[in-house]
Every structure is written in C-alpha cells, then in structure tokens.
Design a protein around this ligand. Structure first.
Ligand SMILES: Nc1nc2c(ncn2[C@@H]2O[C@H](COP(=O)(O)OP(=O)(O)OP(=O)(O)O)[C@@H](O)[C@H]2O)c(=O)[nH]1
Length: 365
C-alpha cells in the first residue's frame, strides 16, 4: 500500500515538474526557444526553492542586505515564471533572470555573502548566460562580468578583504571562473551547432514525409496534415485523373510518363498561383485539389481541365512528337460537418461518371 501511494506521489511530482519546466514552450520541443524557456523555468524553480531559504538563512545570520537581496530575487523569479507561462516571451524573461543574477553575484563576491561563501555561487553565470543569450552576446556579458569580478577582487577595498582568506584565493577565483567560462563556451558552441543541424534534418524529414518526390506537390500525408492545420469552410474538392495514361507509358516509356506528370503538376501550380488551395498527388496519375472557396467553382475546374489538356512534353531523340492527353475531373463541395474522406468519396464517384461519359470532362456530384 505504502509502495503504491509512493509511486503515485512520484508520478504526480514528475508530471508537475515537467509541466512547470515546459510551461510557455511551443510544441516544437527541439527549437532553441523551447530549450531556453525550459532553462528559464528551471532557473525560476531553483531561484524560488534555493534562493528563498538561503535568503532566510542570511537574515537569521543578520546579513540583512544579502538576505533581502536573495528573497527579492526569489520573488522576482516566481513572477518571472508566471510571466513566461502567460506570454511565452523568453527574451524578456531571460533578461529578468540574468541581469539581477549578475548584480547579485557581484554583490555576493563584494560582500563575501553568508559566512564568506558568496563567491562559490558565481560559476552558474557562464553556462546560464551563454545558454540564454547565445554565443556572441552571452560571451560578451561573461567577459564584462569577469572584468567586474577582477575590479571587485583586486581594485576595490571590500568586506571580502576582511574575511582573512589566503591572498591566493582571489586569483584562483578568477582563474577557475575563466576556466568554467571557456568550457561553457565550447559546450554551447557544440550544442548549438548540433541543435541547428538537428532542426535542419527535422525540416528535411518533415518535407520528405509530406511531399511527392516526383512532382514536388503534397502527397496524401501532406494534404491531410495541411488540411487539418488550416481553417476550411466547405471547400471545393476535386479529384483529377489523366485519361488513358497507360497508353502514354506504353508508347513513350515510364520516364517520359513521369516527365508528363511533372508538367501537369507545374501547370497546376501556375494555374492556382496565389489562390488558397492544396494540390496533392493522390496516387499514380490521380491528383486531389482542395480549394478554399465556399462557392461552386465548377467553371474554374472546367478551365483547369482545358489548361491541362494543353500541357505537353516534347519527345526527344529527333521525333517531332509531344506527349499530351486530356484529364477528367470529379467535382464536389464539402458539406457542413462533413469529413474530407466523405467528400472525397463523392468526388471519386463524380470522377468515375466523367470517365464513363467519355473522359475529358468534369462531372459534379
Ligand atoms: N510513368 C508513370 N506511370 C505511372 C505512375 N503511377 C502510375 N502509373 C501508370 O498509370 C497507369 C494508369 O493506368 P490505368 O489505371 O489503366 O488508367 P488510364 O490508362 O489512365 O486510363 P483511364 O484512367 O481509365 O482513363 C498505369 O499504367 C500505371 O503504371 C508513375 O508514377 N509514373
């Protein structure tokens, strides 16, 4: 029983933690913005869970300024988390994290922090700064922070000097900070390059999965995906098929048949240029067109039939021949509340009728 309730608690905590860290991220989980938002949330969480108790501890020890400073940062990070959750504005949220953090860390070094331990926290600066502000800006800020560190440690007369540390500690703090900055820079450089190539690969894979490689039009999956992603109000649905395409293949060969299909696809893309339309290669020599227009566009479908009838591919090897054919189109309109599959079934029926009635025509159902 104890074990079961423990695992339920564990699951609940896990879900809460992931929801908190992912709050305000977009659906593209590998994008830089999503990674940054994740880190900002992580920092906000750490800020609230660690900085607040440390602030209370500082107050108990009588370090009023350090205590109130830490508690203010905790409150700021808490509201920052609420802000990014609402607005997804990771740029402003990142600044809200970083600039108070720089100031707090420099102050901790200057004052010595609680019992002289203030300087041990500064090593979080390089990774967070580089991660949130990227290589160029992040590195510039880390360099400026290092300058601030050197000024505080070596040029100012500070409470840190009264803590009785070995004189070598100051230079070791700077050396180790520079070392961590160097390693963080290399890590950020490698991971940002890796992430970029991962994103490019993901775009290419997405394109390959939704595009027909021969014609460059959408394939079935692409059409379905775009259809689901956009707003459609009873669009026109046309199913187009090349007439007697088998004869073209038989007479001129498969490669020229392919060329002809490409020519048809290009002609359609030009024909519909600027119109709200999805053009897909539905299968072999069959194309599905979804036109976002609530009025009957049968006349336009007829015009497309005429234009496609003029598309041709020149046969090379000296023959003065060109390949062309006619097309038949089944036309329908999606009805309110109907699925694309039902409308497609009707368009298929209309196409069958067009073929039955002699081809090179449109039929509407
Ligand atoms: N070149 C080429 N041919 C294809 C491709 N996909 C399908 N085909 C051919 O398209 C032809 C379709 O033939 P059918 O279904 O008999 O239809 P059709 O000859 O166009 O006759 P109707 O549709 O009845 O007018 C077949 O010969 C297939 O091999 C392709 O990607 N490239």
């Amino acid at each position: 029983m104890g074990k079961v309730s423990n695992s339920v608690l564990h699951q609940k905590f896990r879900r809460w933690l992931l929801a908190t860290l992912r709050a305000g991220t977009s659906s593209k989980s590998i994008s830089d913005d999503s990674r940054r938002t994740f880190i900002i949330n992580l920092f906000c969480l750490v800020g609230v869970l660690f900085t607040a108790p440390l602030g209370i501890l500082a107050l108990i020890h009588g370090s009023l300024l350090v205590g109130f400073g830490l508690i203010s940062v905790a409150v700021l990070y808490f509201f920052n988390h609420l802000f990014i959750r609402r607005t997804q504005n990771h740029v402003l949220s990142g600044n809200v994290i970083l600039y108070p953090l720089y100031a707090l860390m420099l102050y901790l070094v200057y004052s010595g922090g609680v019992n002289g331990t203030g300087h041990v926290w500064i090593y979080c600066i390089p990774p967070v700064s580089l991660f949130l502000h990227g290589l160029k800006r992040g590195l510039t800020e880390v360099v400026l922070f290092t300058v601030g560190l050197v000024v505080i440690l070596f040029l100012l007369d500070t409470p840190f000097d009264d803590l009785g540390y070995h004189p070598d500690l100051k230079s070791r703090i700077v050396y180790s900070f520079v070392l961590i900055s160097f390693l963080s820079t290399i890590y950020e450089y490698i991971s940002s390059r890796f992430n970029k190539s991962l994103q490019q690969l993901s775009i290419k894979l997405e394109q390959a999965a939704t595009t027909d490689p021969l014609t460059g039009l959408l394939n079935r999956r692409g059409l379905e995906q775009h259809f689901l992603a956009e707003e459609w109000l009873m669009p026109n649905v046309w199913l187009m098929d090349v007439d007697f395409f088998k004869r073209i293949n038989d007479e001129f060969g498969h490669d020229l048949g392919d060329e002809y299909l490409k020519a048809l696809a290009d002609t359609m893309s030009t024909f519909f240029q600027g119109k709200p339309v999805l053009i897909s290669r539905w299968g072999g020599e069959e194309f599905l067109i979804v036109l976002n227009n609530m009025e009957d566009q049968s006349e336009l479908a007829n015009k497309l039939r005429e234009v496609l009838g003029l598309a041709s591919v020149q046969v090379s090897d000296g023959q003065r021949k060109s390949i062309s054919s006619s097309v038949s189109i089944g036309v329908t309109m999606m009805r309110a509340g109907e699925s694309i599959t039902t409308a497609l079934g009707r368009a298929d029926k209309a196409l069958y009728q067009a073929k039955e009635m002699g081809r090179n025509r449109i039929e509407k159902v």
